[in-house]
Design a protein around this ligand. Structure first.
Ligand code: PEP
Ligand code: MN
Length: 337
């Protein structure tokens, strides 16, 4: 249920309602909007609860939340959420551009990429230090040494660092170095990991599982929100279909769909979504046109010799021209990139 407070409700009235929600055994999530404050009361519904809460002073109305996800739903928070982490701003009119290599490979590779994407206008640096690879024989990432290089790249360029955490055991370590924790497609339904990242003070980039539905993605986000971390970005990165001409199928209708259902910002990953360098500039532009709040793009100084995902990595100059193109579309939509 949502307890909608009256426009001029006092802090005392709000605090009183939080207490009442908690006293009847529900969890209270307070969302302070520009217009009014609402308290999402999460938990099992019982008889008379609605009537009892509605009698509270300063309460405008108590309405049920129809969506299976609660805190993530638009019903609870009609205004879009903007997630910020240092140089990265995503949502509510700001488009974030997260760019960098699939994997951190060396100081030279990472720093040269960080400088190039920063010069072209990226607002965050990506790079995997812990890699969830399909084969155990593939490069697994530089682990903490990779995290240290990411932190050094931030130090030099000022770019916020986005990097993946693959295990609950590593959450504190990755959070120590990173600005944004990425939960990858393979872990979207690793509920213990979602709870763990929900407990740390770092925004989370939650990637859609390759065969996850929209409801499953939103319920995965709900796990993070339910632990008290409000800074979740959803990421459409393509799904598995019968089609084989691309690595995954990148459905861009999910962007406006998600905007309809949730206040959380939506990032698109055309690199994993297509798996082919030559398709990425067009799909990045299309994602911005569809309303994406951010893009995450793989960029490498020498894609041919990359240790992972070289076939879907842009060169520096390809990134620069993609960035310019996306910016024009953002401007046409009155957004900032
Ligand atoms: C990545 O971004 O490097 C990655 C592994 O992506 P995904 O989880 O979407 O496969
Ligand atoms: Mn990759």
């Amino acid at each position: 249920m949502i307890v909608v407070m009256e426009k001029g409700a006092t802090q005392q009235q709000i605090d009183h309602m939080i207490e009442r929600v908690e006293n009847i055994g529900l969890k209270a999530h307070v969302i302070v909007g520009t217009e009014r404050t609402v308290i999402a009361a999460i938990g099992e519904k019982r008889e008379q609860m609605k009537e009892s809460l509605e009698s509270g002073s300063g309460v405008s109305e108590v309405v049920p939340i129809l969506a299976p996800y609660k805190v993530a739903s638009r019903e609870v928070k009609p205004e879009p959420t903007r997630v910020c982490a240092g140089s990265l701003e995503v949502g509510a009119g700001k488009i974030g551009m997260i760019a960098g290599p699939c994997s951190v490979e060396s100081e030279e590779q990472l720093l040269s990429t960080a400088r190039a994407v920063k010069a072209a206008g990226a607002t965050a640096l990506r790079g995997g230090a812990f890699k969830p690879r399909t084969s155990p024989y593939s490069f697994q990432g530089m682990k903490e040494d990779g995290l240290k290089l990411l932190a050094a790249a931030r130090e030099e360029t000022g770019l916020a660092v986005v990097t993946e955490v693959v295990s609950t055991d590593d959450v504190d370590l990755v959070a120590h170095y990173a600005d944004v924790l990425q939960v990858g497609a393979r872990n979207m339904q690793n509920y213990r990991l979602l709870e763990a990242v929900g407990k740390v003070a770092r925004p989370v980039l939650l990637k859609r599982g390759a065969s996850a539905t929209m409801d499953e993605l939103l319920l995965a986000a709900e796990y993070i929100l339910n632990e008290g971390n409000p800074n979740v970005m959803l990421c459409e990165r393509g799904i598995r279909t019968f089609e084989a001409h691309t690595r995954f199928t990148l459905p861009l209708a999910t962007v406006p769909y998600l905007h309809h259902k949730t206040h959380l910002p939506v990032v698109v990953d055309p690199s994993h979504g297509t798996g082919h360098t030559y398709l990425i500039p067009d799909m990045a532009a299309a994602a911005v046109a569809a309303g994406a709040d951010g893009l995450i793009l793989e960029v490498h100084p020498d894609p041919e010799n990359a240790l992972s995902d070289g076939y879907q990595s842009l060169t520096f100059s390809e990134f620069e021209s993609t960035m310019r193109r996306c910016r024009k579309i953002a401007t046409a939509l009155d957004k900032e990139l």
